[in-house]
Unconditional design. Sequence first.
Length: 168
Amino acid sequence: MRRFSNRRVRRTDGEQPAPPAKTRDEGFSLVEVVMAITLIAIVIIPIIEATFVSVKSSSTARIVAEVDTALQNAADRVTRAPNLCDYDEYIQAALIAKGWDPSQVTAIYQHYEPGTSLKAIDGTPGQWVAGGCIGNTRTPRLIQKVTITVTSNQESVQRTIEVVKSDV
């Protein structure tokens, strides 16, 4: 087996060996550094932007889910409540149970007044009229529509649901 060493071999013919080639140990040039930073930025900036979009999207989805939960809770409370003319107490309780301010919910009440005939051609069709009851008095066979709107704390998300309630 032949061993190699790093020692210089002295020539016997009188010629000097060629000097070793210069190696470049001076570092990087400014152009190389700028190009490296540019290439890294081209890769990193879209990743950072995608991360921010993902965080914002996740936050919005969480807020929407919270609003939907509060809205569904309010609608369930109206459905289970006894037949009344005003359900504000039940609707606001749904938000209070979630730890939200009751001012974040609004309710619009309407009742249905039937027309003179079941067929619109023969008579006047029925219509929804403002107010939870006829003359603020609960009457038999009353059909009510409660429109509930919940707004998030940041007011960025607002959802609405309609609940039809009747004792028919």
